[in-house]
Design a protein around this ligand. Sequence first.
Ligand code: GDP
Ligand code: MG
Length: 166
Amino acid sequence: KSGFVSIVGRPNVGKSTLLNTIIGEKIAIVSEKPQTTRTRIQGIYTCERGQVIFVDTPGIHKPKHLLGEYMVKVSARSLEEVDIIYYMTDVTRPFGGGESFILEQLKDARVPVFLLVNKIDLVSEQEVKDYIQIFNQQRSFSEVVSISAACGTNLQLLIDKTLDAL
Ligand code: GDP
Ligand code: MG
């Protein structure tokens, strides 16, 4: 089994930390070469069950200029080229316009969208539950995984669910 995963989310939710933790544990093959004009391989996780190839989809952010709007359309298209989308959020930051914007971008996604609730090391279990409830009211997710990218919490579970879905 193998497939492409893209991690989207607002700045500072922990996307780079997640990649570093996942790829750092296993053999990392990081290429700076563009895979296509729109996506770039960030790292490949390899285990007995298969491979998860992480690619970035630039431009999923709230546009400030026309060029930004164009970039968002481009990245919405590049999301169709992956097998799974990780939509990552920060449990310590309240739901707001930034999340609504990304949810709008993901509205027409035809691939599984996993909600990753990150930084659970900073809050109580109840706070995690309440936070997830808010997102579940917005749309349905193929999987919801609460994680700590920094501590490694539930990352094996995430990989298992990812390989299940590929
Ligand atoms: P990105 O902009 O989405 O790539 O976010 P980064 O990976 O750069 O992380 C932003 C900040 O959040 C950094 O200071 C990280 O150390 C911190 N961070 C990321 N994941 C976690 C986590 O699971 N727990 C805590 N406490 N901090 C985290
Ligand atoms: Mg980053």
